[in-house]
Design a binder for this molecule. Structure first.
Ligand code: FAQ
Length: 318
């Protein structure tokens, strides 16, 4: 039997050669745990992330907007399901993951703990939140764990439609009446800083980054991605004609990047630790949806058992 030291060395060599790690391959316990943590938190984010937008489906201003928003929210449910399945390939159970979400043990993205107060928020979420999600997730299509990387390819395609529909909502509002422009500006004011927080703590505070980068789970650091997002987004804000709420935001010729102001890290950690404006409501809504959906899960299990019984009977009589 090969020693753990040898196995770990050979595992790292596979990662360094850019080989994908598959579910049945040997992997260090910590690699498995890190992936289950990240993938399940990502799945929870997609599922909890349905709530702020779900709030506006019945109030979308036109049939076209309603159909697009409905499709987007359904896509997010789908993303959650692919991701839960990817985490299951590592030995996590769906029940345990859901339990960890409901008891507050597992995290989900801080961004979904902010309220959606106006229709323009659907635009700001699509543009900024999905925009930040894409920036972070494109690198995950090349993550070292095969099932996660493959799930991310489809997710990223769908996220780019989400981002465009959000940008288009804001573009329409910004070309509209003064009241519509003000609504768009207000939404951008509220979502700008929380979107920057989606990338996680600064690199020096990021406890998981060094190991995750070595294992090529993450390929770019939190700060690198945040900067990339800002650089891509500022010109889009100029086209919209909205002002990003950061007086220190300024192009820097020397670094060829935008400088930006200090993120309120106290707010970030407060929200991550469960004390944001909507943390309590979000968890309550998820737990209630789970309880109300119990009969669907029971019916699906009963149906599967019945189908299996029929198949077994057929096999016996064949
Ligand atoms: N919120 O050491 P790091 C979406 C935690 S999907 C809450 O840097 P890591 C689609 C972190 O878990 C959005 N917690 O951690 C959509 C860790 O705590 P732990 C979600 C955060 O894992 C759009 C601790 O802080 N995307 O938006 C946050 O290396 C619209 C230290 O941090 C993903 O999950 C945060 N913002 O890097 C849906 C992408 N940031 O776990 C609906 C996959 C950090 O040790 C509508 N995940 N923490 O207890 C990742 O890329 C990474 O996990 C990071 C964090 C970059 C989020």
């Amino acid at each position: 039997m090969e020693s753990n030291y040898n196995l770990e060395t050979r595992f790292q060599e596979r990662i360094d050669r850019e080989e994908k790690i598959e579910a049945r391959d040997w992997m260090p316990d910590k690699y498995r745990k890190t992936l289950i943590r990240q993938i399940s938190q990502h799945a929870h984010s997609e599922i909890v992330g349905m709530l702020p937008e779900g709030n506006w489906i019945t109030r979308a201003p036109t049939l076209r907007r309603k159909a697009a928003l409905l499709a987007k929210v359904q896509d997010e449910a789908g993303h959650g399901l692919y991701l839960y399945s990817a985490a299951e390939t590592l030995g996590a159970t769906r029940e345990q993951m859901i339990e960890d979400l409901h008891t507050g043990k597992a995290k989900y993205s801080s961004i979904f703990n902010y309220p959606t107060l106006a229709w323009a928020d659907m635009g700001a979420i699509g543009w900024l939140v999905d925009g930040a999600a894409i920036m972070n997730q494109v690198m995950l299509t090349r993550t070292s764990y095969g099932p996660y990387a493959r799930a991310m390819v489809r997710i990223c395609k769908e996220e780019s439609f989400h981002q465009r529909q959000g940008y288009e909502i804001l573009l329409t509002l910004c070309r509209g009446s003064e009241a519509q422009k003000a609504m768009a500006q207000d939404a951008v004011n509220r979502f700008w800083w929380p979107s920057l927080m989606m990338f996680g703590p600064s690199d020096k505070e990021s406890t998981n980054s060094a190991q995750s980068m070595k294992w090529k789970i993450k390929r770019k650091s939190n700060d690198e991605l945040r900067q990339q997002f800002i650089d891509a987004t500022v010109p889009q804000a100029e086209i919209l004609g909205v002002t990003l709420p950061d007086p220190e935001l300024k192009w820097d010729e020397e670094s060829q990047h935008y400088n930006f102001g200090e993120i309120d890290w106290d707010e970030f950690w407060r929200v991550v630790k469960g004390h944001g404006p909507c943390n309590e409501d979000r968890l309550k809504a998820r737990i209630s949806a789970h309880e109300k959906g119990a009969w669907v899960r029971e019916a699906a299990v009963a149906y599967a058992a019945k189908q299996k019984e029929i198949a077994d009977q057929k096999a016996i009589s064949a």
